[in-house]
Design a protein around this ligand. Sequence first.
Ligand SMILES: NC(=O)C1=CN([C@@H]2O[C@H](COP(=O)(O)OP(=O)(O)OC[C@H]3O[C@@H](n4cnc5c(N)ncnc54)[C@H](OP(=O)(O)O)[C@@H]3O)[C@@H](O)[C@H]2O)C=CC1
Ligand SMILES: CC(=O)N[C@@H](CCC(=O)OP(=O)(O)O)C(=O)O
Length: 344
Amino acid sequence: MKVGIIGATGYGGLELIRFLYNHKEVERLELFTSSEEGTLFSSKFPHLANMYEQPLQKIDYDVLSQFDVVFASTPSGVSTDLFPPLVNRGPKLIDLSGDFRLKNPDSYETWYKKTPPPPEIVEASVYGLTEWNERAIKEAALIANPGCYPTAVLLSLLPLIKEKCIDPSFLIIDAKSGISGAGNKPSQTTHYSEANESLSIYKINEHQHIPEIEQAISMFAGVETKISFNTHLVPMTRGILSTSYAQVMPGITQKQLTDCLQAAYEHQPFVRVVEDATSVGTNRVKGSNYCDVFAKLDERTGRATIIGVIDNLVKGAAGQAIQNMNVQMNLPQTLGLQVVPLFI
Ligand SMILES: NC(=O)C1=CN([C@@H]2O[C@H](COP(=O)(O)OP(=O)(O)OC[C@H]3O[C@@H](n4cnc5c(N)ncnc54)[C@H](OP(=O)(O)O)[C@@H]3O)[C@@H](O)[C@H]2O)C=CC1
Ligand SMILES: CC(=O)N[C@@H](CCC(=O)OP(=O)(O)O)C(=O)O
């Protein structure tokens, strides 16, 4: 396969490269840039010396249309303009940004504060939460890869909502992310001296992933709900841990919660159900495409604490995007993605 990456110099792009390097069906991988045409990739990223000795190319539709797959790992608003001319012109398209995820254009405008993409293209795009949408992903011309937080939240909550183990009306979700979630562009909040030794909450009640999570709960569990969702910045590089609190339905036991998660993911290679634990951390999945999920009943309150843990750059971005490419191309989901997490 011939694969192109737009936004190869960003964090998501670098992770795509890291996994596609070991993907045995990828014969050619070409890298595209909006700002550094001609720069030798390995001179910009010396950790790739002897691996990517090629110059970055300018974004050119005639060139891109000859690829089998094109990933865009670019800031929101970019693929809104970049992708439409490529739809149904040859390559399968996978967008890592939020541009094609929200089906309602008003919602995109409200939460992303940007002009939405053409409605017919959003309509035809497929939400790439692999474990829940495999059949549609297989046929998709354009995949909207899920956001990092929604991946952790949805994989842990969807089975329990769908099987009526928890009450979906009062979901409270508290999520925490490492700083690479904010991308490679430095900002005041990600500045080392302000992020290090500090834990902060941000975008309070205003995070752009709120409508994405609500839309997916409706799409995959058939439930309309409004969630309380907040995000925190943790002084570490990678990882997301989401903690959700929900009332369990009358009579639901710990065993039923665990069984429900296990039944949902029995045949899924990248979702692991944690059976019993006193602690769960991002080091269980770091550098890998795994999502670990865990639900623990609090008998005293009748509420469950539900955990999802991922590496934001892998299952939350590049890894899931490659998993989706594998599904689209009729390949085993795991191709190129089988690595052991970096526990220490
Ligand atoms: N970081 C994360 O954990 C996650 C990120 N995402 C989403 O994935 C996307 C990429 O994220 P991330 O890699 O972190 O972002 P980065 O900011 O690290 O990289 C984005 C890259 O996009 C390219 N770019 C910027 N502007 C344009 C433009 N106008 N046209 C074409 N290319 C452009 C730049 O490369 P160049 O200058 O070479 O063109 C840049 O390196 C974002 O939409 C993000 O929200 C989703 C899930 C998780
Ligand atoms: C730590 C951090 O800042 N994380 C980012 C995640 C960005 C992301 O995934 O946004 P898209 O929906 O545009 O893909 C945030 O919270 O906005």
